[in-house]
Each structure stands twice: as C-alpha cells, then as structure tokens.
Write a protein that binds this ligand. Structure first.
Ligand SMILES: [Zn+2]
Length: 337
C-alpha cells in the first residue's frame, strides 16, 4: 500500500477537474462487458493493472498491452470513451481532458478520421449521460517519426470544433529528445492549437528545459523533476506554466520511491501552478478521489489546497474561457463546508 488512507475523508462527491489522463490506460471493466468480453474483477486486475510499484518498465507496459489491443475497433473506442466519462463522473470529476495517440488505434485498419469519429461519438454519449464536460488532447509520440506526428497535428486541427482541445507530446522521454519534433509543434502553434508536453518525468531538468525552449507548451505533463533546478522553477513561474502532476503514477514507474518523497507538496508551497491527476486510471489502478486521500494523509492537504489546485486546473484548461466561470462556481460551492 502506498499510503494508508483508511482514516482520510473520501472526496468522491467533491467536484474536480482532471487535465492529464490517458484513454488507453483507463479502459474499464464495464466497457469490456458492454463489448461482449465480460471479465471477473480478479482477472481484470491481474491482466489490466500494473503493480503499485513496478520493478521495471516491462511490468507497466505489460498491463497496457491488453487495453491497447482491445481499443482497435470503432465500437471499442466509442464504448471505452463513453464508459471513461461515466467513471470520471462517478469520481466527482466535472471537467476532464482525455488524451490518446490516434496512430496507436489503427491496428484493426481504422483510418485516423475513423478513430476520431469513434472517440468523439463516445465522448458525446458520455457527456449526455453524465452532464460532465470533456475535451480531447491528441498525443504525438517521441518515438514516432516527425512526419507521423505532423499528421496528428493536422488531425487535431480538423477535429478542433468537434471535441479536440489541444495536442501533447508523449512517449519515451529518456530515449527520445524533443528536438526531433520541434517543427511538429511549430505547426501546432501556427494553427493556434494549445500545447502540452510530457517532460521532467523519466528525464531530468535538461529535458524539461529543452521542451520549454523548443516546443513552448502552455502546460507540462508531470514536470516534477523541475524541483531539481532552482533556475527551472523560477522560469516555470515566470512563464506561468502549469504542471499536470500525477503523484501515484510517478511512484508506480519508479521516479520516486515513496509517496512522502514526492515533490508535489514542496511545489505547491512554492506557489507553482499545478493540478492533481491520475494519468492512468486502470493501469494504476486509481481514482482522483483516492489520489486526494493519499495527499490528505501524506501531506495534510485540506479543502484549501484541493480547491486552489482545482481552480488552477480550470484556469489552465484548454476549454473556452466563457464556459469557465460556471465550472469555477461549482468548484467553489462544492469545496465549501
Ligand atoms: Zn501521461
């Protein structure tokens, strides 16, 4: 157990904003049931989740395999997205940004536009069923050729009015510098697409500085290893960059050995703009409510911290500014008392 949360409040009914969660790491058992592949809870855990602390990356990747394999048809993508929205709503999430790499869902022969049609259909169904709002972030991958990543940017542009809110750089940070994708993200900026990028997780401050200098993102996925550089912390603050922090995910893949070692509390105290995220709801397995319980126990976080970080998440969400005050009002109301 990462943190004993038995004495902590549950947080399930508290309203939350989640900005960093991957579709292919969050496939639910209910989605598999609806797709005609019923699976018992124990078997689901064994096949689709990774240990809370993985000994190596293979432990983690092994758990993503079955989910990735399942998400290669239009019905699977639509139902998985719909069910993910329902899981988010059940967790108290009122607004989410769900990300995925479209190219990784083409093994069954779907075109990129067919992938998008299926995911946006599921997103609309989930929004209708739950009343929550969500946008899609399309991921370019560090280990993919820049030409393939450029098609992701163009795809995001084409689907921007139909659910897509931004683009991301994901994939193996340690082995693939961001420089190869500079022109890809130049194109995203030309098209006016909001940009976030994974950095400062598997690699340290140099990788973060590279991404900030070359890709000019508005937000950073993780970014926690900025804590190793005073210069970087100052620059992140000066640029008003937002960090999408995923504490349990970092511990699961061994960036930090223990929850108490995680820098989220130190970063929060230094006034950095950050949000709390799951990254991978099924592979973890994790809910945002459980993550909040861990933060409450490990660092004594209370209503004030949680509300502040949710308001920061909303402020930096790739969502129409006109829609934010109503969501902000629900956050303030839901965290009062
Ligand atoms: Zn991620």
């Amino acid at each position: 157990m990462l943190v004993d949360v038995t004495a902590a409040p549950t947080f399930t009914s508290r309203p939350k904003v989640e900005l960093h969660v991957h579709l292919d790491c969050s496939l639910t058992r209910r989605a598999l049931n609806r797709l005609g592949n019923p699976i018992g809870e124990a078997e689901f855990r064994r096949l689709y989740t990774a240990p809370e602390r993985c000994d190596n990356l293979m432990d983690y990747l092994r758990a993503i395999g079955p989910s990735a394999a399942a998400l290669q048809t239009a019905p699977a993508l639509a139902i998985a997205t719909d069910e993910m929205m329902r899981a988010l709503a059940a967790d108290g999430v009122i607004h989410a940004e769900i990300r995925f790499a479209p190219h990784t869902h083409q093994r069954g022969g779907l075109s990129l536009d067919q992938v998008m049609a299926a995911v946006t259909e599921g997103l609309a169904a989930g929004a209708e069923a739950t009343g929550i709002t969500a946008g899609l972030i399309l991921c370019a991958l560090r280990d993919y050729p820049p030409e393939a990543n450029l098609t992701v940017i163009e795809l995001a542009h084409r689907w921007r009015d139909r659910g897509v809110v931004g683009v991301d750089l994901a994939g193996d940070e340690a082995g693939h510098p961001a420089a190869a994708n500079r022109a890809v993200f130049d194109r995203a900026h030309v098209l006016g697409l909001p940009v976030t990028a994974h950095a400062g997780e598997a690699a340290g401050p140099d990788s973060l500085a590279e991404v900030m200098a070359l890709l000019a993102p508005a937000r950073i996925g993780h970014g926690v290893r900025a804590i190793e550089s005073e210069d970087l912390l100052a620059e992140i603050k000066a640029r008003n960059l937002h960090l999408e922090v995923c504490p349990s995910s970092n511990i699961q893949v061994g960036v930090y050995s223990d929850y108490a070692d995680h820098p989220i509390d130190r970063m929060s105290r230094r006034g950095l703009s950050l949000s709390i995220n799951t990254d991978a709801r099924t592979v973890a397995p994790l809910s945002l409510s459980l993550e909040y319980r861990r933060l409450a126990v490990a660092f004594g976080w209370q209503t004030g911290e949680f509300l502040a970080h949710n308001l920061e998440a909303l402020r930096h969400a790739f969502w129409p500014e006109a829609a934010k005050p109503a969501l902000g009002g629900r956050l303030v109301e839901g965290w009062s008392g």
